[in-house]
Design a protein around this ligand. Structure first.
Ligand SMILES: NC(=O)c1ccc[n+]([C@@H]2O[C@H](COP(=O)([O-])OP(=O)(O)OC[C@H]3O[C@@H](n4cnc5c(N)ncnc54)[C@H](OP(=O)(O)O)[C@@H]3O)[C@@H](O)[C@H]2O)c1
Length: 284
């Protein structure tokens, strides 16, 4: 059985599906009982806190490998990463796939700092690790919602160019690096071929939907308020968002697709292919 942490998030679900589709029994681990909704053929579920050593070690029973995903912008993401590495060592589970991020050395970004520290801790362990560094996911956008709103909002400049990767490609690589030989002690940057500005994305979606989509830059506080959905976010999480959107607005973010192409043995999914596959509200 393969343990997947933060299994209820979009990354965790994609990885669970990729492993299950290859016939691998998986155990989904997340904090709340909502994790049990993921239960199904070949998918076991365990609810518990990654910072609760007993709960975490319990989740490692009869596990042969772990895919560790840290919850995004969580103030204790680094402590969770260390705890999962320690638990794997204690449980004697050698094979460890770590979800990091593209360019973890970007020191300005809190979520990159955290990932780099967890990478450091993992590389110093005696575990058989593979580190995956995905770029910004295409799945961060909801094209159908953008079509319904007829507006594409971004909390940074519409002229900033960003690279993207399809989360399904990333999940496929996660499963393959785990199930195939030859990926131990590797660190892989995973990036697709597109580098697009907000204006270009709005145009691509508009063309496919056959209607006009307005690109709109919104303030970072307004965007954070939307994400919080009436609740409150931890100050570290708010700081993380401010830094991310400030950085994207100033520099964008770019990556190279060679490693992903090699790992997939095919061309990475393009943004246009992602839109074609994901948009329900297709065409006028
Ligand atoms: N989005 C991107 O473009 C992108 C690109 C590269 C890398 N990444 C990285 O991918 C990772 C995952 O992001 P995501 O958006 O897919 O997932 P996410 O929404 O951040 O993950 C949420 C999951 O983590 C669980 N969780 C939270 N706190 C926990 C705790 N204390 N103990 C156990 N489980 C806990 C949640 O459980 P409950 O729901 O039960 O609370 C939920 O299942 C992040 O580290 C992010 O930086 C993302």
């Amino acid at each position: 059985v393969i343990l997947v942490t933060a299994a209820g998030g979009k990354t965790g679900r994609a990885v669970l599906h990729a492993l299950r589709d290859r016939g691998e029994p998986v155990r989904a681990f997340a904090r709340s009982d909502a994790v049990h909704e993921l239960r199904g053929p070949a998918v076991e579920t365990v609810a518990g806190d990654m910072l609760d050593e007993e709960a975490l070690l319990g989740a490692f029973a009869d596990i042969r490998a772990v895919v560790h995903i840290g919850p995004m912008f969580h103030p204790q993401e680094e402590a969770m990463g260390r705890a999962v590495v320690d638990a794997a060592v204690k449980a004697g589970v050698k094979r460890f796939v770590q979800f990091s991020v593209a360019h973890p050395q970007i020191d300005f970004l809190l979520n990159h700092q955290t990932k780099l520290r967890v990478e450091d801790y993992l590389v110093c362990s005696a575990l058989d690790y593979t580190i995956l560094q995905p770029m910004h996911y295409m799945q961060n956008l909801d094209p159908d919602q953008i079509v319904r709103d007829k507006v594409f909002q971004l909390p940074y400049s519409l002229d900033a160019a960003l690279s993207f990767v399809d989360l399904a490609d990333v999940a496929e690589v996660a499963a393959r690096t785990l199930l195939e030989d030859g990926h131990i002690h590797a660190t892989y940057a995973l990036c697709g071929t597109d580098r697009l500005t907000g204006r270009e994305i709005a145009k691509l979606i508009a063309e496919r939907a056959g209607l006009a989509i307005e690109g709109q830059e919104v303030s970072i506080p307004a965007f954070i308020e939307q994400v919080a959905g009436g609740g409150t976010l931890h100050p570290v999480t708010i700081d993380g968002f401010y830094r991310l959107f400030t950085y994207y607005g100033l520099h964008g973010i770019s990556g190279n697709s060679n490693v992903l192409r090699w790992l997939l043995g095919r061309e990475p999914t393009t943004f246009a292919e992602y839109l074609q596959a994901s948009m329900q509200l297709d065409g006028p």
